[in-house]
Design a protein around this ligand. Structure first.
Ligand SMILES: [Ca+2]
Ligand SMILES: [Ca+2]
Length: 322
């Protein structure tokens, strides 16, 4: 069984499960991005949704006044929970006027509020797609393009270059930690924080990297996924990867309402083993959900976000639960 979430506006592109006290929430966003159609003229927003509530009600998070909400154009998101005081920090890739920067907020769950802390800009963070937070002010970021100039960015996919990178940002240290990606997209981390997973979307593969003490990353392998996969969610209990994918890149690019792009969700089990299991959990020709970009499992349900559409909530089949 599946249904579209009633009050999540178009383009909940990225989803992040958070856990503070016993409540689990998802945070959503809307995006205007070069090369994709925009569905609203207004600035982007972040929502929370309590998946335990069957009404699937989304609540827009209030942002503190010291943040420039008018130019907010959010893309990838990630959270970090400080174990010392249970503070939750929300990191958001933002593209004001098509530039790239990372915003850090403190998330006050009980008030449905985001307190703006700081914006991070750096020459190495030139075309950020997604981030994974590893400290209150530290993260790994993916760059989906190498060039800064828009015309060259449009050419990049056709040139077959593998010049995109992963960047580590900490207040003391900013550097490229992995390179050779055709276009680096979603990024996430294993539950024990020892492995990082980064999607190379045009290579149809996810790269598995070992994280060292000094935050450097060593490539262990690439796992073929057979689709254009976008964002990565990691099940905190099983360590499985859940990928929101674009089964047809041309349709995504053309975005014809008469022939919309479809949706696909792929799960990878035992990714660190010699024989990872890659399986398709959801597929749709666009008649139910258009342009899936992320999928997050939660207690037998799967929440799928999209670059074009509302969010979709499905019940997982019993065979997909283990
Ligand atoms: Ca993300
Ligand atoms: Ca993405």
């Amino acid at each position: 069984m599946s249904r579209l979430c009633p009050d999540v506006g178009p383009q909940p592109m990225d989803v992040q499960m958070t856990s503070s006290s016993d409540a689990l929430l998802d945070l959503f966003e809307g995006l205007k991005y070069d090369g994709l159609p925009a569905f609203s003229d207004g600035p982007g927003k972040i929502f929370s949704m309590d998946l335990k509530d069957p009404r699937l009600k989304a609540v827009e998070l209030r942002m503190s006044r010291n943040f420039d909400a008018d130019s907010f154009n959010p893309h990838g998101i990630s959270t970090f929970t400080d174990q010392s005081d249970d503070s939750v920090y929300l990191f958001v890739v933002n593209h004001p006027e098509q530039k790239s920067q990372v915003e850090i907020f403190k998330y006050i769950e009980e008030d449905h509020a985001l307190v703006y802390l700081k914006s991070i800009k750096h020459a190495l963070l030139n075309s950020v797609n997604d981030i994974v937070a590893v400290g209150p002010e530290s993260f790994y970021a993916t760059n989906d393009h190498y060039f800064n100039q828009k015309t060259l960015q449009h050419l990049e996919p056709w040139l077959g270059l593998s010049w995109c990178s992963l960047v580590l940002y900490t207040p003391q240290d900013v550097r490229v930690v992995s390179d050779g990606y055709t276009s680096a997209n979603g990024i996430n981390i294993s539950p024990d924080k020892r492995h990082v997973y980064a999607m190379d979307i045009l290579d149809h593969s996810v790269r598995v990297l070992e994280r060292k003490e000094d935050n450097s990353l060593i490539t262990l392998k690439s796992v073929a996924v057979g689709s254009l996969c976008d964002n990565i969610e990691v099940d905190q209990t099983t360590g499985d990867l859940w990928l929101g994918c674009h089964p047809n890149g041309w349709k995504l690019f053309l975005s014809d309402p008469q022939d919309p792009p479809g949706s696909e969700v792929i799960r990878i089990q035992n990714i660190l083993s010699e024989h990872p299991k890659v399986s398709q959990v959801y597929a749709d020709n666009g008649s139910v959900l258009i342009g899936s970009s992320v999928a997050a499992p939660y207690r037998g349900k799967l929440l799928i976000g999209s670059v074009y559409h509302n969010a979709l909530c499905c019940d997982l089949r019993p065979t997909d639960l283990n």
